[in-house]
Design a protein around this ligand. Structure first.
Ligand SMILES: O=C(O)C1=C[C@@H](OP(=O)(O)O)[C@@H](O)[C@H](O)C1
Ligand SMILES: C=C(OP(=O)(O)O)C(=O)O
Length: 425
């Protein structure tokens, strides 16, 4: 499905309230924890494909599991299956079979796990014979993906003697580890994190005892409420940044004290004139000022999923940008650095330079192009959604627009609500 997005002709509605479902990162952590502690109840679970894949895999009795494009499901389930008795082959989409997993597999093998590569060494699919983990200390490279570390942390409380995880190299995507720590602690698991070691203690309490000392936004003792997804909120920050002063929209179910690192968006978008306020767990975004920064420099090593969104905001507003800390982008749903350079260069106002871990954009404010600008999405949900707000400057043709279901299935319906004309081509 390709979609033509055209600039809204009528005046933009100002009273828009969006309900985005729970964070897919939080949801997929909590689903693993629920598999270990079935009494746990999860409120406001994500409706994303990634979370549905995780749920289906955990419910499945089959010994062949396909998790599609879901990176967290692939990494967390690899550790989960290694920790539980049984034989499972886990695979994913074509792209998933190109996303490296050796760091996690090596770490799990070093503590006894039996895992084989079905095709190419270092990449899914994996054949896992579970129930052989027998050691209590593991080391791994922390610079490739934080998801490998989270995967080990999530299974640690169910192991005979817990797990001490030594982090080697420069930690990437740190807030995602902090999120895992918070969720483990919220169900009563003891986690100690010194400079380079994370120790997760084996729980010898019963699950209900653990959950009853839960501290994270509990609606009841056994129930944890997932905050809505900040990574998806990014597209609405970008949308508001491109509107006139006074424009406002509201997103439901966000907490002032967030465990999601992408909540840093509220600071980043101040440079684009967007003010954030909270009212009873509603996030209110207001365009306060037409004055925006002329150039921004941001290190996104902690918020890699916002790189495309911030890039597209800058492109539309004509703000020069130097984005750093992007080394993980090459192994995500697509090589996001290459994708941004390719698609970004289709806008005549921009000049883009890239390295292994940076993108530099030099641009002038975007004007209406004679033809729709083609946005190839390369199987990456964030390519589609990050560029979509740019439609209020010039028409876009979003290729393979169905990719959004990976994280935000109702995105195109929400975009219609702010009067973007959307036509299926
Ligand atoms: O743990 C998580 O939920 C995630 C961690 C990040 O990945 P990396 O640690 O691979 O950067 C992020 O990009 C991804 O969307 C979700
Ligand atoms: C990188 C992402 O997800 P994952 O690695 O979990 O596939 C993402 O959602 O941007």
């Amino acid at each position: 499905m390709d979609l033509l997005l055209e600039k809204p002709l009528d005046s933009l509605s100002k009273e828009v309230v969006f309900t985005i479902t729970g964070s897919k990162s939080e949801s997929n952590r909590l689903l693993i924890l629920k598999a270990l502690y079935p009494e746990l109840e999860i409120v406001n679970l994500s409706n994303s494909d990634d979370t549905i894949h995780m749920q289906e895999a955990l419910m499945s009795q089959k010994n062949h599991v396909d998790i599609g494009h879901a990176g967290t499901a692939m990494r967390f389930l690899t550790a989960y299956y290694a920790s539980k008795k049984g034989l499972v082959t886990i695979t994913g989409s074509q792209r998933m079979q190109q996303r490296p997993i050796a760091v996690l597999v090596d770490a799990l093998r070093s503590i006894g796990a039996k895992i084989e590569y079905v095709n190419e060494e270092g990449y899914p699919p994996l054949k896992i014979e579970g129930g052989h983990i027998n050691d209590t200390a593991v080391k791994l490279d922390a610079s490739v993906s934080s998801q490998y570390i989270t995967a080990l942390m999530l299974i640690a409380p169910s192991l005979e003697n817990g797990l001490k995880i030594e982090l080697i190299g420069k930690l990437t995507s740190r807030p995602y580890i902090e999120m895992t720590v918070r969720h483990l602690q919220s169900i009563g698991v003891t986690v100690n994190w010194s400079q380079i070691d994370i120790s997760v203690e084996k729980d010898d309490k019963s699950p209900s005892e653990l959950i009853s000392i839960s501290s994270l936004n509990s609606t009841s003792q056994k129930s944890l409420t997932v905050e809505s997804d900040w990574s998806s909120a990014g597209y609405w920050y970008s949308w508001v940044a491109l509107q006139d002063t006074g424009y406002q929209l509201t997103l439901q179910h966000y907490f002032k004290e967030s465990v999601q690192g992408d909540s840093k968006l509220s600071e980043y978008y101040e440079a684009f004139g967007v003010q954030t306020s909270f009212d009873n767990n509603q996030l209110i975004l207001t365009k306060r000022s037409e004055k925006v920064a002329q150039r921004i420099v941001i290190n996104l090593v902690n918020e890699p999923d916002q790189a495309q969104t911030i890039f597209a905001t800058c492109l539309a507003l004509g703000v020069d940008a130097h984005l750093t800390g992007l080394h993980t982008l090459r192994i995500k749903e697509t090589d996001r650095i290459a994708a941004l350079k390719d698609v970004g260069s289709r806008f005549r106002e921009s000049v883009i330079e890239t390295t292994q871990d940076t993108i530099t954009l030099t641009c002038i404010p975007l004007e209406q192009h004679a033809e729709p600008v083609v946005i190839d999405t390369f199987d990456d949900h964030r390519m589609a959604m990050a560029f979509a707000p740019v439609a209020c400057r010039t028409s876009l043709l979003i290729k393979d627009a169905g990719v959004v279901t990976k994280s935000y299935p109702q995105f195109w319906n929400d975009l219609k609500r702010v009067n973007v004309n959307i036509t299926e081509i």
